[in-house]
Design a protein around this ligand. Structure first.
Ligand SMILES: [Zn+2]
Length: 197
């Protein structure tokens, strides 16, 4: 059933750790993560179920073994979908994706705290709630700008609001690695990033 490569001698998770601490990194069929930020991770039970249903290929495993009365298997640490999941070119316009586009920084002062979103051209002036008119702003800057245009407030965003592609958001997400990275994930998360100048 599990015919993926068995990692050896790589200092993987000790057998004593809880399965709960062994999520599987989920790759698309092209071996790129389904998502970088948040990172596409499945709970170990979900991952095992997908393995048994033959929907995924096991790419790497933890040392951690789980046992049932009849069998024992290693928990997968990296799995790849057998069928490619098409992802749209344009990500949804959400608060989270907006912050991600702006790298979680206020676009007026560069601060990282108390982030809100600001209509660059205020709604009262006909500004719309779109990628190209909304920017990340900290609460103090948002308050200071109020209902004024950038010209009136003498406050211009560091980057003009723009509509990102999914690829651009994924690139932004790579700048925010999660707290916990299993070493078997690294090849799939950063294998191409070191080639950048
Ligand atoms: Zn600010």
């Amino acid at each position: 059933m599990l015919d993926g490569p068995i990692p050896g001698g790589e200092g993987l998770a000790p057998a004593s750790i809880s399965p709960e601490a062994c999520p599987a990194l989920v790759l698309n069929a092209d071996f790129r993560p389904l998502s970088y930020f948040p990172l596409s991770l499945w709970h170990w039970q979900t991952a095992l179920k997908a393995v048994f249903l033959d929907r995924v290929q096991v790419v790497a495993e933890y040392d951690r073994i789980v046992r049932s009365p009849t069998t024992e298997i290693r928990l997968p640490s990296v799995i790849a979908l057998k069928e490619y999941v098409e992802q749209g070119r344009w990500p949804a316009f959400t608060r989270f994706n907006l912050f991600l586009r702006d790298r979680f920084r206020c676009q007026y002062c560069g601060g990282r705290d108390e982030l809100t979103f600001d209509h660059v051209v205020p709604r009262a002036h006909g500004g719309r709630t779109t990628w190209t008119n909304v920017t990340t702003a900290c609460a103090p800057c948002n308050l200071r700008k109020g209902g004024r245009t950038p010209e009136e407030a003498h406050m211009h965003p560091l980057t003009r609001p723009w509509r990102p592609t999914r690829h651009q958001l994924m690139e932004a997400g790579r700048a925010f690695p999660p707290n916990y990275l299993h070493e078997s994930w690294r090849d799939y998360l950063y294998w191409d990033s070191e080639l950048e100048p």
